[in-house]
Ligand binder design. Sequence first.
Ligand code: SF4
Ligand code: SF4
Length: 443
Amino acid sequence: MKKYTFDKGGIHPPDHKELTRNLPVETMPLPDELWVSMAQHFGAPATPLVKRKDRVGEGDLIGAVEKGLGANVHSPASGEVVAIASVPHPILGKVPAVVIKVDHSAPPKDYEARPWDGLSPQELLGRIKEAGIVGMGGAGFPTHIKLNPPPQAKVDTLIINGAECESYLTADHRLMVEHPEEVVEGVAIIMKILGVARAYIGVELNKPEAIEALEQAVKKSARQITVAPLEVKYPQGSEKQLIQAITGRRVPGGGLPADVGCVVQNVGTTWAIYQAVVLGKNLYERILTVSGRGVKRPANLLCRVGVRVADIVDYLGGLSEETVKFILGGPMMGFAMADLSAPVTKTTSGVTFLSRKEADLSNYGPCIRCGRCLAVCPMGLSPNEISIYMEKGRFEDTPRFGLLDCFECGCCAFICPSKRPLVQFIRTAKMKLRQKAMATKKG
Ligand code: SF4
Ligand code: SF4
């Protein structure tokens, strides 16, 4: 069997997926309140379209972005708007949110499949935009924009990212095992939008049941779709590495996948596209993994957007006394948080609770110039230099070590024998450069 992989750097962290990989997705019951963030996508937060005391139905539009990049936000349940408040956000601090008191007596909304073959690519894109779909595996880039590359890009290949190489997370794995035909229909919809004849679904070899389920589903499709087994290596699921692994093409520094004729979509986003186009369902729930030895009952949950992490913890029986760290996402690329009132958003692929044994809380030391971080960096960057310059307060010097090509995979920090928080240095350097650019613009 051919194994696809990228050639530069990478690591093999313990995956801890045994905690949840065999657990079927269960539906998280609706809590009494949903805190629906208006910042669930790349770009400025959406503007709430509702006010206190308004009644909302499941799937109703409650937030929109008028200008610039963004995506619609829909009510995840029927109920009454009780406040426009703020909720914790991993990057922006606090962001506006619509608080909905759930009406538990309202019947769930029914959806029926309908044919989509007669729709044009523009009509399909319009439906995706209306449904508020964003990239569900990362920063939440609006999908209707990503699927509309400039004509000069000459896109010929679609790649679906089912790698799920982040430790602990098994949400995409369960989705591919439990809904393979819907995923494949989603792939066919995207192929029609892009006008491409070829698509690959990349899945790491540690998910044999997902590979098998997708292969069976692909056999029933008239499209040219290949399930591409990927070597188990982190970060196999990052866009540039996945493109190189499957097609051999290299996205240039500062470039985009479309520059080498590719578009990459996460498998969860592909399922959301299926639901939007075939069922007419807006995006207001997702599958996520709750894991780590810090949570009493790890699980894969189908969870409405706006459910707070504290509600999930209650549902899963609480946290163990040994819990020392809570991360939105997985330990490699996720964001450590302090506040359990943070809500699930469209981009929450998981919530990880680490016990004392799993989290390394030791202090970091000076760089000993061992070079290990350089060897594992899949982008060939110099994270050691970035950290040294940041310690000296010289953030303006960091771009020459590749700062802006860093996609914060965490390989360097994982391997560093001095436990240096290299990704934190990198994120701070990027933030300071952004602040400086904004101040210059204003001045
Ligand atoms: S976090 Fe950035 S610098 Fe570190 S290994 Fe990943 S891409 Fe390289
Ligand atoms: S791995 Fe750590 S100690 Fe080694 S060169 Fe990189 S930053 Fe320095």
